[in-house]
Design a protein around this ligand. Structure first.
Ligand SMILES: Nc1ncnc2c1ncn2[C@@H]1O[C@H](COP(=O)(O)OP(=O)(O)O)[C@@H](O)[C@H]1O
Ligand SMILES: [Mg+2]
Length: 223
């Protein structure tokens, strides 16, 4: 599902170029779960952004589900992201003027789906039920707790049935009990959807529950 070879990412910065990822390689099979741990600033978010086609590498190659990302122009990259990847960001980026249900439906706006609007809506409601928000459909994001906002973001990441879920520190700002529930939920949904899951986390409990854990250090992934 993921095939990364010799990936390097260098940012230009006022103090000169900064190389964050250095000759990094990674393979993740379909349906597999992987945790990435590492200190703050080690490049975890950079790596997820590259895997999610949100940014381009300086060198090296990334293929997702056999599709080389380098071959996609911006419009194709956007379509690919929308169809194939469920991204759970560190900041959830819920639309403040939209309800919980509408936020989950945002990734469907691109259109061109086979499914009827009624079926999509029913599925959005079912996802929200799975994340424990069945009775919050009409709430606005500011009326939710941080953990509830995260759960909306998880449901939104799953609405297009992605084959790859990328989650950036999903339990970072949560109390341990809520973090545990989110860990359960991520594992259950990824298994149910038969999607590969890559989770960046500082939470050792969450990392342990993934099939493999890598540590990002000096720009490389160590097993
Ligand atoms: N757009 C950018 N321009 C320049 N430097 C960046 C940019 N994004 C991240 N960096 C730098 O790259 C390093 C890795 O950042 P990041 O991937 O966010 O780390 P992590 O998620 O592991 O905390 C940091 O030192 C950060 O300052
Ligand atoms: Mg980060």
């Amino acid at each position: 599902m993921i095939d990364v070879a010799s990936l390097t990412k260098t940012y230009a910065s006022p103090g000169g170029p900064v190389t964050v990822l250095r000759d990094l390689s990674l393979r993740v099979a379909a349906g597999e779960s992987v945790a990435i741990v590492g200190p703050s600033g080690s490049g975890k978010t950079t790596l997820l952004n590259l895997l999610g086609a949100l940014d381009q590498p300086s060198s090296g190659s990334i293929a997702i589900g056999g599709v080389p990302l380098a071959g996609l122009d911006p419009a194709a990259a956007a379509r690919f992201r929308n169809r194939s990847i469920g991204f759970i960001f560190q900041l959830h980026y819920l639309l403040p003027q939209c309800t919980v249900l509408e936020n989950v439906l945002v990734p469907r706006l691109a259109g061109g789906w086979e499914e009827s609007a009624a079926d999509t809506r029913a599925r959005a409601e079912s996802l929200l039920e799975q994340v424990g928000l069945r009775d919050r459909l009409a709430h606005l994001p500011w009326q939710l707790s941080g953990g509830e906002q995260l759960r909306v973001a998880i449901a939104r990441a799953l609405i297009n049935r992605p084959k790859l879920i990328l989650a950036d520190e999903p339990t970072g700002s949560l109390d341990p009990a809520t973090g545990e529930r989110i860990a359960e939920l991520l594992l259950r949904t990824h298994a149910g959807a038969d999607a590969a899951l890559v989770v960046v986390t500082h939470n050792p409990g969450l990392a342990r529950r993934m099939q493999r854990t890598y540590r990002l250090e000096a720009g490389r992934l160590l097993a």
